[in-house]
Design a protein around this ligand. Sequence first.
Ligand SMILES: Cc1cc2nc3c(=O)[nH]c(=O)nc-3n(C[C@H](O)[C@H](O)[C@H](O)COP(=O)(O)OP(=O)(O)OC[C@H]3O[C@@H](n4cnc5c(N)ncnc54)[C@H](O)[C@@H]3O)c2cc1C
Length: 550
Amino acid sequence: MNTNYDYIIVGGGSAGSVLANRLSADAGNKVLVLEAGRPDYRLDFRIHMPAALTYPLQSRFYNWWYESDPEPFMNNRRIYQPRGKVLGGSSCINGMIYIRGNALDYEKWAREKGLEDWDYAHCLPYFKRFETRLFGANAYHGDSGPLKLTTPECANPLFDAFFKAVQQAGYPVTEDVNGFQQEGFSKFDQNIYKSRRHNAARAYIHPVKKQRPNLVIKTQALATKILFEGNKAVGVEFTTKGGTQKVYGKEIICCGGAINSPQLLQLSGVGNGDELQQLGIDVVADLKGVGENLQDHLELYVQYACKKPVSMYPALKWYRQPFIGLQWLFLRKGAAATNHFEAGGFIRGNDEVEYPNLQFHFLPIAIRYDGSAPREGHGFQLHVGPMNSDVRGHVKIKSSDPTHYPSILFNYLSTPNERKEWVEAIKKSREIVSQPAFDELRGKELAPGSQAQTDEQILDFVAREGESAYHPSCTCKMGYDDMAVVGADLKVHEVENLRVVDASVMPYITNGNIYAPVMMIGEKAADMILGNTPLAGDSAPFYKAKQETA
Ligand SMILES: Cc1cc2nc3c(=O)[nH]c(=O)nc-3n(C[C@H](O)[C@H](O)[C@H](O)COP(=O)(O)OP(=O)(O)OC[C@H]3O[C@@H](n4cnc5c(N)ncnc54)[C@H](O)[C@@H]3O)c2cc1C
């Protein structure tokens, strides 16, 4: 194969797919994508049928299958952390919920980290650029981007009860959590197009790959090291079944995600110098922040039995599944055509916070992410959790062998603030479900259950049952403090020709599911790398619960 490129993209995942497309649009740019996983095989229903989302989580075929170290505040449990190992990355195995975060997340990035070009006004045009929202464009949404968004129907009667209940509890119904006002409850847009998952590779790579000989995609190619001359990145070493190879490029872009990008930097000598030396790795740049600042969302299920036989429970019966599968395959409709995370919302759990700190997903079935359901039959549930936690963890390599998994520690539940927010989250969930709108539907509380009443009992339940929402991020954070890894241009500090473009560059995790923010980061990065004039700031207004006083 050719060994010289303009751009080498390590990781053909969510952000990597964006860059593969945008950087190769000019036929003069030779672009190589190295992806450790397999192609996103077109005929494999497990990654294309929306309701099949639990399948890839139960095998390693498309999944790195990480686990955290024993979490000290979670009964020393190792917390499962799936990550997409496939062209399209985690967008091939995620829940397809499309949430941008709160406008004030980006205002915070700008204000607190000196990232003026990352305020909401300068992120919004990029969100709009990559979207085609099938419901229609407006001041907040695009209609001609590669990524298609479907707005779900919320046809199950339990959604009606849910929307009535949140209003009875005193919370707003907002038109669109990705529009003017995030605070409140609404339908959740989905990364689904014509009833198939619309992953990043389907949106960005497949439509162009045949027409672009300058775009080379190599799957099952694990990047093991970034090659440096002095402090200048010049290439990448990678392994395939055929052995180890080296490729060279003018710019190397790490898009391996929040676990693998810091791992690759550390393996290559960019990280905490003392720790790298102890592992026998030559230090290229002593950047102590690499792998630090790990953030995530912890979540759990508040589950109820349903007194009426209206939930999606029958769809789980084995004898109905062939019919549901065929209905999806030939008619593109039915229970398999949706992710079922069709509605939810964001509220403030207390009056001190500036904007929502709790997210809810409502499901018209009681079910765990792994597909298991309580034996009580019909049910419904809220997935809930704090969004702006002050808990911080790390990703650290344990050896210089690139095939050894790093140490991952989230420190979930380790701060008083996170514990306070967890109590708020459970109490607010119960408050919503206790409203009259649910009277004819609400059966027994299955989880946490009647025994979890005091704050201690609730926190004990969270420690036993809490799961990752699978949003690890922030491990190569943007900014200019001592622990920052990349600047506002996403270039790695203290070295040349090297950027990170993925979930790891967020300085703070955003308020909600993080796929949309990652895609926005990819779009903005593409303009920076190509030297394009950035899109002009967009002055669309956004909601603030607390207005500033002069
Ligand atoms: C199960 C699950 C459910 C989720 N649900 C949602 C949801 O509903 N909504 C939402 O907004 N977000 C969701 N997320 C989160 C979201 O999908 C991810 O945060 C986002 O896709 C991450 O994008 P990324 O570009 O940072 O990394 P990824 O998309 O993970 O891409 C990284 C890519 O790099 C490759 N790679 C890594 N290391 C190497 C290497 N050394 N050499 C070569 N290739 C390498 C990987 O194989 C992968 O393809 C979910 C995530 C998971 C796992």
